[in-house]
Design a protein around this ligand. Sequence first.
Ligand code: GCU
Length: 720
Amino acid sequence: MKRPFIALFAIAVCWLGQPVFAENGYDLWLRYYPVKDRVLRAQYRSYLREIYFPVGSDRLKAAQTELTRGLSGLIGPVSQSGSAAQSGLVVATIDKLGALQRSVPQDAAKEIGTEGFMLKTIGQAGHRKILLTANTDKGILYGTFYFLRLLQTNRKLGALDIREHPKTMFRILDHWDNPNRTVERGYAGFSIWNWHKLPGYIDPRYLDYARANASVGINGSVLNNVNASVQMLTPAYLIKAKALADAFRPYGIRIYLSVKFSSPVELGGLNTADPLDPVVMKWWKNKVNEIYGYIPDFGGFLVKANSEGQPGPQTYGRSHADGANMLADALAPHKGIVMWRAFVYDDKVPDDRAKQAYNEFKPLDGLFKDNVIIQVKNGPIDFQPREPFHPLFGALPHTPVMMEVQLTQEYLGFSTHLVYEAPLFNECLNSDTYMMGKNSTVSAILEGKYNPRLITGMAGVANIGTDINWCGHPFAQANWYSFGRLSWDPQQSASDIADDWLRMTFTNDLRFVEPMKQEMLRSRENTVNYMTPLGLHHIMSANGHYGPGPWTDNMARADWTAVYYHKADTGGIGFDRTRSGSNTLAQYSPQVRARFENLETCPDEYLLWFHHLSWRYKMRSGKTLWQEMVGHYYAGADSVKQLQRRWDTLQSYVDSERFLAVKQLLAIQYEEAVRWRDACVLYFQTFSQMPIPPGYEKPEHDLNYYKSLKFPGVPGQGIN
Ligand code: GCU
């Protein structure tokens, strides 16, 4: 008796306003709750009561299912019409539009290419209809999600005239997932790939994963960790990978595998993996052919070679180009690519690790095959809260380069800190390298503007796991989302993306969207402040990278310690990368070099990245460096307190479950931010020998206390 009543009640509440019942975050930004604004809903319904969608490929079916699901949630049931003439929304590839083809300008078809789409209002007043068209079913899929987003974010349909196409070709999520389901640097549970149940069981979650990716234009997925297990290349696992590839195909996602360079030895029983050895070449050719036997549209390989103990061509006295090209030759007949990582450092500890990738790859420019793309991290060290852009951007004009960013928050508070990373991505993408003259920004280079012949791409290290909300923190979903949006168009603003994400994920109510957007946009800077202000970097605790560890000084390699990077002593702090120090700045263009080298123009944000300065150095603010640093640490922790207060005022706009989840996580974040602040201030004070300026509360404990803290079971250190 009670059930129907409860269901009716829930529906009524749903239609009347924000759902009061709990949401667990599983639906991500694809929630499709009813449009609350009556005028808008009426407008949407006037167009969308009948829609025309042609029968066709699995991909078209996936798009149609999504459209039906989305519209029925947003505006109520819609009917499918057999006639384009009758329908308010007509969806079809250009070649199937019949008479409506005339509505598609010639240049539009060319402009949108193989993955883009056009959305256009056509017809006279009273008989208007919306045309969603593309050259391919993939374009239709992306256009469908785009159209739904317009409704989800309450945009007026008015006179639409939209042409969209992705600015990069390979838009890829890299999973650092091991075959045993641990995830390296994963903070959201275990790997979502249930290898044991594959290939027989296709978890519905795989399809939701694919939908979410397609909705933001992600078109590739590297299934396994860059520290690759050779197991992935065995037939038993290839069959499992094939099952995933089949599941993802309708959503336009190709799969890729990370491979271990020594596979011919470890798996094939050869006595070498020398890339110039014909037997090794043959082994890879056969392996690649075998893979394509299972997965005809397999994307290719991701390779971490000669880095952090991984084998590679240098093990055999060969270059990165020799290694990458050998794999590229095996993949080329199938149109596969090699994503070869520039995150390299060899056994010798360099004078400055920030220089190593450039030193190794710059001499190889132009030597890579066309289907090799060099995957370069956004900054020269390792996904730090703030780094200057990597000097390789713009330094390889004859080589395809893709950018790698880390969505999983290895150095940004794991999944307990609310950190919206899009401002970090924007900062790098908008940086002017000056390598090809003014405005040769990182994004222009990634989009292939200076060498249109080259393949292009962006990769994000996934932050996805088995947690019910996918990413551990409800707001961490925004990092997955914004990565997809930026890989589609690297010039979009973090603010616009946050606006869409908040509306789709929570509510269109501006009383929630506006304040939370501001908080999201500030959140990364807040974290920089309480972790690594003024250009400090790599001072997290050793191995697990959890919490502060500026005192870390005893590791197998000097460039794994914190003291190597901050170089604090009684004379001052910071890494001198000017010509008087490691001269890393020589790797940048003269304009960039001059800006960073000159203390008058070097932004405070990068000060200690490039300079070693006295504790009494006079900052722009008039304070000493010591006072300024302390100020940043305290401001960072305070900003989390403010965020907590803000969140509390927004309770009425958020469902109870996600409200509570964020509230609890913010409390943890505050505690950790204070710990970061106190540990770092006390530690650096041993060198500055200056007091914490008046007005700041004193740390609760002494330095030894912070140094003695142990955190067993820190997540993300999975081994395969
Ligand atoms: C970081 C991270 C490692 C990872 C490496 C990489 O160093 O801590 O876990 O393997 O980056 O990008 O290869």
